[in-house]
Design a binder for this molecule. Sequence first.
Ligand code: ZN
Ligand code: ZN
Length: 343
Amino acid sequence: MLAYTYVDNGRFELRDKPVPSVLGPRDAVVKVTLASICTSDLHILRGAIPRAVKGITVGHEMVGVVERVGSAVTHVVPGDRVCVNVETFCGECWFCRRGYVNNCTDRHGGWSLGCRIDGGQAEYVRVPFADTGLTKIPDGVSDERALFVGDVLATGYWAVKISEQEEGDCVLIIGGGPVGVCAAACARLKKPSRLIICEKNAGRRKFAARMFPEAEVVCPEDMPRVISSMPRGGADRVLECGGNRKTFEMAWKYARPNACVVIAALYEGAQSLPLPEMYGKNLTLKFGGVDGCDCAEILRLISEDKIDVSPLITHTFPLSDIARAYELFASGRDGVMKVAIRP
Ligand SMILES: [Zn+2]
Ligand SMILES: [Zn+2]
């Protein structure tokens, strides 16, 4: 089968590999029907993720059909349509039992697929702990609508969840990329009084404005004016989905005193907190490295038409042409938000 493979830093190649088989009783093998490229894949390509193992198949955001299951798998059977969770987790350790599945203490726990073990930019993928790693897609939900449930949408959902957003809150989302869009799609469900999306790229602002007509979509230069219109001097919840020094600074600056700031973004470098300047603002900072433990709930919301982030798929490529898909995704050209890969 074809599998997009991490050969070396700066080099991914489409290689021919054997179809994976069930190795343990809790495994399943899934025939991939739609996959996606994530910014984290670009981090691996650039060599910025040291724990990524050379030779593995990349890709950790995909949906498919269960092909085979191990003897201990009880939640899915061959033929089920499923979305695959970015995280591998046992469901039984101290962290898993509390929903902190990203910190599962199993040796394969956390982000393994497409990083430390073979992932899903391929025709088939083996999923360890299939009962926790696979979620059945409800009838009537297309692959396109389910594609992001296991990773980028789970990230947005988790960010909103830990922000403890309440009805009537003023919510500021920094960054209108895929994570910011997913966070907005989840934040709007909690009926915010204002939903503000701040994004510097004009194309992405246009995209967000189309998807969220009720939101105020602004550029960073507008922010002082927007903040001055807030009675409490800042947003009640800030979700930082930008991932750079500037957006990190905006996140705590534009929060009102005693607000909750969630850092959902993945940074490539260290950030600094000017504590003397922040003193007395009494912020709660939370770090949102995704805990993908709510996939069934997210799929339910999708099946009820409450969330639809499928417009994020701006381009689709066949697996045989995946190198071109990467090139486009990395370039940011042609209004690309997310690229779907069809094996
Ligand atoms: Zn990802
Ligand atoms: Zn665990």
